[in-house]
Design a protein around this ligand. Structure first.
Ligand code: ADP
Ligand code: MG
Length: 352
């Protein structure tokens, strides 16, 4: 069957078909898709915890607003930060909150839920994720590998004999995979992605300007003027931080060329992961990639010139997916919509 024809499908009238859900449990963002309805939730994978009482005080958008500006006893955590589950309890709370928010007060007979998790997480962690989703009211939970979901969502013909390559640059992890005949032929999962780029900016601003900035400021700067390949009209931006010497707030101006040099190490690590995966791929499939090109997705695909840089370094055309932040949830949603035909791509189903 042609998955390409199905991947654009998201909304199909207003009827609630048993309430089946698809979830992209990302290191930076969690998205939830409801069968027959499309994407209903898109929030940061962040939980705010009151350390005095050890209780969750906020989840998602509300919790992300608290990062770096909370009183001492409130701690904002990203439970999946580096593609591993740092904290089971907060992950479970977060999943429960998101599932409830989508289902609301609707009475449902226990939905089937397909969850996409970073491919670096262990089977023990996968089980913990499915336990949490069961606890949130699911009747049956299935786990799908992230590169497969990303590829289906980006419209790649994963079921064909010809090979396709997907590069998903998220917050905590970069996943690179070659797919053919409905399976993953070669893959690499790297714990260097958007967050590592933000940290490189924090480090650069500290060492070059003696200024402390938080990761959120660094991310804003990256989105405003960041690039991975020279851009025609260089950009400039001001950032505000705290002077290391005086402790006082101070502004500095930084240009896109300087910023590009500052983030070169994580970019090169991503390039390397793509090269390694290509090297591990059978020669015939590698030949397919050279003619058909590679698809870049995930929020990191929005970094200016990342596709041009990869194309320049690897020598293979690199195209950006149409909706990089949604590829995974749309791919997982396609599996939910066409579960009978596509369940062979589902990695694992855990019973309670
Ligand atoms: P995950 O799947 O790990 O949750 P996402 O695919 O949601 O991650 O991508 C989040 C990452 O994308 C973050 O590091 C964020 O800074 C980055 N990002 C989002 N928009 C842009 C942009 N316009 N330019 C560069 N990076 C971006
Ligand atoms: Mg992702």
């Amino acid at each position: 069957m042609a998955i390409t024809a199905l991947s654009g499908l998201s909304l199909r009238g207003g009827d609630w078909l048993g309430g089946d859900l698809a979830m992209d449990l990302g290191t930076a963002n969690t998205l939830v898709y409801a069968r027959g309805r499309g994407v209903l939730l898109n929030e940061p994978s962040v939980v705010a915890i009151d350390t005095r009482t050890d209780t969750v005080v906020a989840v998602g958008i509300e919790a992300k607003r608290m990062i770096g500006r909370t009183p001492d006893h409130i701690k904002a955590v990203r439970p999946l930060r580096d593609g591993v589950i740092a904290d089971y309890d907060s992950t479970a709370e977060m999943l429960r909150y998101f599932v409830r928010k989508v289902l609301g007060r609707r009475s449902f007979s226990g939905p089937r839920v397909v969850v996409c998790v970073p491919s670096g997480i262990t089977s023990v962690e996968q089980r913990a994720v499915s336990e949490s989703v069961y606890a949130a009211g699911a009747r049956r939970v299935h786990i799908i590998a992230e590169p497969m979901a990303a590829a289906i969502g980006a419209g790649l013909p994963v079921n064909q004999p010809a090979g396709s390559m997907i590069i998903d640059v998220g917050g905590g992890t970069t996943e690179v995979a070659v797919l053919a005949l409905g399976g993953i032929v070669a893959s690499t999962s790297l714990r260097i992605a958007g967050d590592a780029i933000d940290r490189a900016i924090v480090d650069h601003v500290r060492t070059q300007f003696g200024l402390l900035v938080g990761e959120r400021t660094a991310e804003e700067l990256k989105i405003a003027i960041g690039s991975a390949y020279p851009i025609a009209a260089p950009l400039r931006a001001q950032i505000r931080g705290r002077d290391i010497a005086t402790g006082m707030p101070r502004d500095v101006a930084i240009g896109s060329d300087e910023l590009r040099r500052a983030i070169d190490a994580p970019i090169l690590a991503i390039v390397d992961a793509v090269r390694t995966t290509l090297d591990r791929c059978p020669p015939d499939l590698a030949g397919d990639l050279v003619t058909r090109g590679i698809v870049l997705t995930g929020g990191g695909a929005l970094l200016r010139g990342l596709n041009a840089r990869l194309q320049h370094e690897i020598g293979v055309p690199v195209l950006v997916a149409e909706r990089p932040l949604d590829s995974v949830v749309l791919g997982t949603g396609t599996v939910v919509e066409h579960f009978e035909e596509l369940q062979k791509v589902v990695v694992a189903g855990h019973r309670r």
